[in-house]
Every structure is written in structure tokens, then in C-alpha cells.
Write a protein that binds this ligand. Structure first.
Ligand code: 26Y
Length: 837
């Protein structure tokens, strides 16, 4: 503790102020008199970073000396959000730095606001990777993340006239204090070219040589990842693509200097933009190039590190565990096989055994439209040697299957890594399963579903042991301490835990149950919620212009817009509510009477991005906005109902929105949402959930008790039958939904043609996501829960019925820490233990 104070500027106000001024003067080349909040953010970040870098260097040195097994988490997405506040919290230096910054004439909150989000991800999968790196550092594992350093993160969303408009997110407009460029590391990655056979005089055997046609250099940007309450600081390495210095001399000699330079510049385009599709694959060549570039650079780096101390390839899987975040990095399997066989001269089978021991694969979806398939032609052109290896892997695999299940031609064609369809393609998920020793789903229900549906044949072939479950988790540092400081503080007081140790022992939350009958405590708890709702109301006012009263029920759905997530179900229910409130008003009831007897006042709050090419998702956004336009401008309705769409939902906005929720929606068609992680974030912040029996909702219910969550809807096991019925017997629209459709069709919310294809997908095209089957059940669930809400803070029903549920939710969310989740990966998949540096 004392040493901490001596060494590091972040624990010593005077030193921090000194360091801050030095950074203003020498890094920013400014002086304190013209330093604005942005300058202060950069100077403060640099000063904090200095401390982080000391821990980081020590950690890396210790890990190297220890020479134990390292974990490598390969993910094309890391949705990190802001780094500065997170670093202060993990270093336990927030108070000191806030004071020092105050002394220098700045306000910490304003300074933190200057940082752009590192939004290098789409949604759940990318944010999961970010929570995982936090937990891997906090739990003292030796673990690196590998990804791409996109210059453009997920697009920024504006809402113009009710429509989503995308603008680029050039997040590196100012220099990024949290990245350390490693220009001294330059890894060549080849593309295209051809393969030839060469007689190897050493071995007397023929050898395959790949002669690449185009070369790009991979240069890492490193992001230190400080753990909470530990000096363990891991590395997140994100690659940049750079041109080679090798000129195309033939072009140059032909006098085509311009073109030769232009070709070089294209290299940088490789890592310029994140693909904005979430759960929908669209085989674009540049995307495959990104995947190979990233995988080749990462493996080269991993192998180089291994070779420093090791010669024996059999030992590789004792030193290296590589986790594949979905199938996006599956080419790593092929690349490692190529390195071992072609470059290191191992025999095929020996190499393949090593490969399988090194890799493990996490699946995040059962929806076929999200499963990656790459045309054989494209793979063969881009990385010709890899295609040969894939064929060979498939050949040996199918041979084993044939030996095990002789004569089952159907089985062979079903499980073949090569799909012989219209477009012959590589099935990446199958390649990932065959090349890994473990495959996991991300919640119990999902892990069961993959075993009985999309990967059923593989369970038969490899046995059930290859498949396992690791239920997702979230980091309580960001999603409780950072997002909801007041609640985190109240908890630390109640648990008698001034050092916030519960943030790494989240099971300790259980002790909150002792206070569930303590009225003063419940009031305090509710006051914090109210305060968070006021902050959210301010964000809504600032971003939409709409005023919402923080006393009303805040009913929230924020997540990527997708038909399977069913924002349409939610907005239809809002319309239904509006129509019925209008009826009651027309019958002469007052707003007050309606609020007390029929519909409690509420705000329906939406947010989320639609993939730019996802037509239906964009219609849903438009409908939400036009409904808001009508409802919010209805002079009769008062605060009975407001409907808002918060533009540009991202990690930083989530940190404001989630703590301000009374109720959140996780209402996917049963069996479609693999896990969901925002459900965990909302419950950890004392919001109640309305949800379907899907993904992690099932386990959340088990942990917090079914009386503390509002479940509704058909079960996953009924989905096939219902779809079948829709298809053969037609869709039955419930009366309630018909009322809503009529209102839309008569133009109540703008031109009906604009919404026609959305309504038609339900009434004429089989209602694939079962909106008609779940609509009335959804309305019923609302009726039930709204009684319990009472009339908001201060109301005795609210304090007696609702708030205790909120407390009990939080008390029982310990299981959903990503620390638990990472421990499970470590024990059951990676076979690694924490290393205390
Ligand atoms: C193939 C490519 C276009 C693609 C890109 C992104 C495919 C999928 C994705 C993203 C998927 C994703 O975010 N899945 C979510 O992963 C979360 C973490 O496991 C789950 O909680 C969530 O249910 C799942 O939809």
C-alpha cells in the first residue's frame, strides 16, 4: 500500500498534478492556460497510463519468467467503450485523481466525457470480449486478446425524420492515449499467389510451397488492460495493416509510379472498417481478407513467443490455449496446421493433434443466417494453400466418420466441411468443431439447443464430451461500480466492505437479502434509482428533446434491432396501450383516473442500431419514431405515455440508460437469443425484467426466483410446431393485434405503405418470429407487473412490492460475473490457473 503511494502518480495528488502539467507541456505542446477539457482528458490519460504501463511491463516480464500457459482470446470485435474511468476504478485511484484534477481547475466528470468510445464491435459478442479481458486481468490470468484496430468503429446513428441515418465513426480523430504503437514489430501477411510442389532434398519428400502474390504488413497497437485490485495487467493487441516497402518494380519501371503507390495504399484499407452486421453473414471478400490478415498475424506472434523458449512442438498445447470467439477466426486452425506441416515439417497427424489441443470454439447463435460460409472459389483465390489444407482436413475427417458409421452417405454429406450447394462453400462452424477440443454455447438453454439441432451429428461423431456450456457473464466493475457509483457505494456500506471486494466476489451480494424488510434501506435504494432515472431523463431530453417525468415507469428495450429480438412486439403493445388510453379518455375518464385504475404512467424507451442493409429493422426504427411523434405530441395524454428512441446506443449511453431502468425487455422468440448479456446488466442494477423463456433469462430466473421476474410466451420446444402451423394453416392475428394493425393501416402513424412489409411479414408471410402467438401473453404480463409498480417512488405499493424485488434481483446476480465465467473457461477448457504477479 505504502509502496503504491510512493511509486505512482495516480496515488499521490502532488505527483499527479506535476505529471499532468508535464504531459500538457511536452506531449500536447500546450500550456495550462489554454488547456481545455479535451486537453485535460489527454494529459490525465497520459498520466494515468504511465502508471498502468509500469504494471503492464512488470506483468509481462513476470509472465515471461514464469513461462506458464497463456490464453489467447481471438475476437474480431472488442466493444471496449471508454478506458479512462475504467482504469481509475481498476487502479483504485479515482478519488485521488478527481481531487488532483479539481485542483488543476477541471471537473473529472467533464473530463471523462471527452473520451470517444472505442466502439470496435457490433453488440453482444463484442462487449462480451471486452468484459472477458477485464475479468482475465482481474482474476490474474496470463491472457492476451487479439483483434483488429479498425479506424472506423461501428457507425454513428442519427435519427432524421424518424429514419436511421449512418455516419462514419472516425474515433481516432485525436491521438489515442490508450494505444501503444509497436512499430518495431512488423509481420508480413501474404495473399493470393499460387502453390507449387518442391522436392525437399533433406527429407526426400515433396513439399508444398505457397508463393504469395500480395503482401501486407501487420503492425500491432497494444492496449494495456489493468485488472481490478491487482497489478496484473494483460495486453490487448489490435493489428493495423500497413503497406510493404517492397515496390512493384515492373510497374515502377513501366513509369507507372502512381499506380504502384496506389496499390500500396490499399493495404491500409484492410483494417479501416468494422463490418456492421450483427448475426447476419454476408460473404464479402474484404471481410475474409480481414479475417486471414488478423489470424495470420496473431498466430505468427504467438508462435514467435513460443519459439523463444521452446523447441518441442508437442508441448505447444501446454503453453498455448486459443479461444475462437465465434467462427470469425476459424482460419487460425488452418493457419496453425500450415505452419506446423509446411513450415516446421511436422507429419500431418502429429500436427493435427496439436492443433486440436490448442483450439476451442465458442458458438453464439443457432440461427442459420448468421453461420459463416465462404465460397470455395474465393478461399482458393485468396489463400490457395489454405483451401488445400481445408480439403485435406475434410478428407481425413470424413474418412473417420465413414469408419465409425460405415455406409451412411447422408451423414457424410450433412457433416462435410465443404457444402456442395449452388455455390460450393466452406462451412466455418464445422471446421471450427473439427479443429477444436471443446465447443461451448453461451447459456444452458443455448448449449443444449446446439447439441440437438445444428451440431447434432457432431455430438454423435465426437461424443457429448466435446460440447459444453459456459454461461456468459458481465464485469461488475464497469456495469455496477462505474455505471452506478451510488448503488455500488450503498452496497459497499451495507456489506461492510469499504474496499469494494464484492466486485471480485460477486456472490457476496447475497447478504443484501438481510435488508429486504428494512424500510429505510428500501427507501435509500429507491432514491438512488430515482436519481439514476433523472440522469436518464436528462439524456433523453438532450438527445430527443422529449421530456419524461422520472416518476413514471421507465420501460426500456435497448439492443441491436433485429426481428428475432422483437422490438416490433414491444412497439405494437405500446400502440395498443395508446389506443386504449384514448378510448378511456373519449369515455370521459381523466388522466388521473386512468393512471390509478387502468394504465400507470410510463415511458417506453428504445435504442439500438440496425445493420445498414437490414430493411425490416429500419422499418421497425421508423415505426417507433413515428409512434413517438404522435404520442408525445398528443395534448390529452399528459404523462400517461411517452415513447422515445434514443439515437446512437453505445457503451457509454448504456452506462446511463441501464441504471435508470425500472423494467427492461428481453423478449426474443424462444430459442433464438443465445444468451443475452444486457439482461444481466439490468438486473445487476436493480431493474426488473420482462422476458421470454430464452437464453440466460432461464438461469437468471433460477438465481433470482421466478417471483422477481416477469416471464411470458411460448417455449422453445413449441416453436417448430407453431411455425409449421402458421405455414400450413395460416396465421391467426389476435384481436388485440388487429386493432393495432388497423390503426397503422389507416395512417395514424404516417403513410401505411411505409410499414406494409413489416405487417405483411406477420399476416401474410407466416410470422416467423411468432409475434401473434406471444402478443396477448405479453399484454397480460404487463398488466400483472404494472399493479406491482404502484405509482412510482414514494407510493407504498411501490415500496412494498416492487423495490424488494429489485433488491432480491441484485442480491442474487453473483453468478453472472464474468469472473465466474472466465474461471469456468480456465478450468474446463483452457486448463490454466491464475498467476499472482
Ligand atoms: C458472421 C458475422 C456477420 C457476424 C458478426 C457478428 C455474426 C454474428 C455477430 C454477432 C453476434 C452476437 O453478438 N451474438 C450475441 O452474442 C452474445 C454473447 O454471447 C449473446 O449474448 C447474444 O445472445 C448473441 O446474439
Amino acid at each position: 500500500e505504502e509502496k503504491k503511494m510512493e511509486n505512482s502518480a495516480v496515488y499521490n495528488k502532488d505527483k499527479f498534478e506535476e505529471s499532468f502539467v508535464r504531459h500538457v507541456e511536452s506531449d500536447l505542446a500546450r500550456n495550462m492556460f489554454n488547456c481545455d477539457d479535451l486537453g485535460a482528458y489527454q494529459a490525465a490519460s497520459n498520466a494515468i497510463r504511465d502508471s498502468v504501463l509500469v504494471d503492464w511491463a512488470n506483468t509481462q516480464q513476470q509472465q515471461t519468467i514464469h513461462d506458464g500457459k497463456r490464453v489467447y482470446y481471438l475476437s474480431l470485435e472488442f466493444l471496449m467503450g471508454r478506458a479512462m474511468d475504467n482504469a481509475l476504478i481498476n487502479l483504485d485511484a479515482r478519488d485521488q485523481v478527481a481531487e488532483a484534477i479539481g485542483n488543476l481547475g477541471f471537473n473529472l466528470e467533464d473530463v471523462l466525457e471527452q473520451e470517444p468510445d472505442a466502439a470496435l464491435g457490433n453488440g453482444g459478442l463484442g462487449r462480451l470480449a471486452a468484459c472477458f479481458v477485464d475479468s482475465m486481468s482481474s482474476r490474474n490470468y496470463s491472457a492476451w486478446g487479439y483483434g483488429l484496430n479498425y479506424q472506423y468503429g461501428i457507425f454513428k446513428q442519427e435519427i432524421i425524420d424518424g429514419y436511421q441515418v449512418e455516419t462514419p465513426d472516425y474515433w481516432l480523430k485525436y491521438s489515442n492515449p490508450w494505444e501503444v504503437m509497436r512499430s518495431e514489430i512488423q509481420i508480413p501477411v501474404d495473399f493470393y499467389g499460387y502453390v507449387y510442389e518442391h522436392y525437399d532434398t533433406n527429407t526426400g519428400k515433396p513439399k508444398k510451397i505457397w508463393q504469395g502474390g500480395e503482401r501486407v504488413i501487420a503492425v500491432p497497437a497494444d492496449f494495456p488492460i489493468p485488472g481490478f485490485n491487482t497489478t496484473n495487467t494483460n495486453n490487448l493487441r489490435l493489428w493495423n495493416a500497413k503497406p510493404t516497402m517492397e515496390f512493384d518494380f515492373s510497374k515502377f519501371n513501366n513509369g507507372d509510379y502512381q499506380q504502384s503507390v496506389a496499390a500500396q495504399q490499399r493495404a491500409e484499407a484492410l483494417t479501416s472498417v468494422l463490418y456492421p452486421n450483427d448475426n447476419f453473414e454476408k460473404g464479402k471478400e474484404l471481410r475474409l481478407r480481414q479475417q486471414y490478415f488478423w489470424v495470420a498475424a496473431s498466430l505468427h506472434d504467438i508462435i514467435r513467443r513460443y519459439k523463444k523458449n521452446h523447441k518441442d512442438w508437442d508441448n505447444l498445447s501446454n503453453q498455448v490455449a486459443i479461444q475462437l470467439n465465434d467462427t470469425h477466426p476459424t482460419l487460425a486452425i488452418v493457419e496453425l496446421q500450415r505452419i506446423l506441416v509446411d513450415l516446421e515439417g511436422l507429419e500431418w497427424n502429429a500436427a493435427w493433434k496439436i492443433v486440436q489441443r490448442v483450439f476451442a470454439y465458442t458458438n453464439h447463435t443457432v440461427m442459420t443466417e448468421a453461420l459463416e460460409k465462404w465460397p470455395v472459389d474465393l478461399v482458393g483465390r485468396l489463400i490457395p494453400r489454405h483451401l488445400e489444407i481445408i480439403y485435406e482436413i475434410n478428407y481425413f475427417f470424413l474418412k473417420d466418420v465413414e469408419a465409425k458409421f460405415p455406409g451412411d452417405r447422408d451423414l457424410l454429406s450433412r457433416v462435410s466441411i465443404i457444402e456442395e450447394g449452388q455455390v460450393k462453400s466452406v462451412r466455418m462452424a464445422y471446421l471450427a468443431i473439427v479443429g477444436s477440443h471443446k465447443v461451448n454455447g453461451v447459456a444452458e438453454l443455448h448449449s443444449e439447443l446446439i447439441k440437438t439441432t445444428i451440431f447434432k451429428d457432431f455430438v454423435k461423431i465426437f461424443g457429448p464430451e466435446r460440447f459444453t456450456n459456459v454461461t456468459n457473464g458481465i464485469t461488475p466493475r464497469r456495469w455496477l461500480r462505474q455505471a452506478n457509483p451510488k448503488l455500488a457505494k450503498l452496497i459497499s456500506e451495507k456489506l461492510n466492505d469499504p474496499k469494494y471486494e464484492y466486485l471480485t466476489h460477486l456472490g457476496n451480494l447475497k447478504k443484501l437479502e438481510n435488508f429486504v424488510n428494512d424500510e429505510a434501506f428500501l427507501k435509500e435504494w429507491d432514491d438512488i434509482k430515482f436519481d439514476n432515472k433523472r440522469k436518464l431523463a436528462a439524456l433523453i431530453k438532450e438527445t430527443t428533446g422529449v421530456e419524461v417525468d422520472p416518476n413514471v415507469l421507465f420501460d426500456i428495450q435497448v439492443k441491436r434491432i433485429h426481428e428475432y429480438k422483437r422490438q416490433q412486439l414491444n412497439i405494437f403493445a405500446v400502440i395498443y396501450r395508446y389506443l386504449h388510453i384514448k378510448k378511456l379518455l373519449a369515455e370521459g375518464l381523466s388522466v388521473q383516473e386512468i393512471a390509478e385504475k387502468h394504465y400507470i404512467p410510463k415511458a417506453s424507451i428504445f435504442g439500438g442500431k440496425a445493420a445498414p442493409g437490414y430493411y425490416m429493422a429500419k422499418i421497425i426504427i421508423h415505426l417507433i419514431n413515428t409512434v413517438g411523434e404522435v404520442v408525445n405530441n398528443d395534448p390529452e395524454i399528459g404523462n400517461l405515455l411517452k415513447v422515445v428512441f434514443i439515437p446512437d446506443y453505445n457503451v457509454s449511453k448504456a452506462e446511463i440508460i441501464i441504471p435508470g431502468s425500472d423494467l427492461s425487455n428481453h423478449i426474443s422468440t424462444a430459442g433464438t437469443e443465445a444468451s443475452g448479456t444486457s439482461n444481466m446488466k439490468f438486473a445487476l442494477n436493480g431493474g426488473l425484467i420482462i422476458g421470454t423463456v430464452d437464453g440466460a433469462n432461464v438461469e437468471i430466473t433460477r438465481e433470482i426466483g421466478e417471483e422477481n421476474i416477469f416471464l411470458f410466451g411460448n417455449l422453445a420446444e413449441s416453436v417448430d410446431e407453431l411455425r409449421h402451423k402458421h405455414y400450413y394453416e395460416g396465421v391467426k392475428i389476435p384481436e388485440s393485434m388487429q386493432e393495432v394493425f388497423n390503426a397503422i393501416d389507416t395512417g395514424m402513424f404516417g403513410l401505411p405503405e411505409e410499414f406494409k412489409s413489416l405487417l405483411d411479414s406477420i399476416r401474410y408471410h407466416s410470422d416467423y418470429y411468432l409475434a401473434t402467438d406471444d402478443f396477448d401473453l405479453f399484454l397480460d404480463a404487463h398488466k400483472k407487473l404494472e399493479k406491482m409498480f404502484g405509482l412510482g417512488s414514494g407510493d407504498p405499493t411501490h415500496l412494498r412490492e416492487w423495490v424488494p424485488k429489485s433488491v432480491l434481483s441484485v442480491a442474487n446476480m453473483g453468478f453472472f460475473s464474468s469472473d465466474r465465467c472466465i474461471d469456468e473457461y480456465a478450468e474446463n477448457i483452457w486448463d490454466v490457473e491464475p498467476l499472482n504477479v
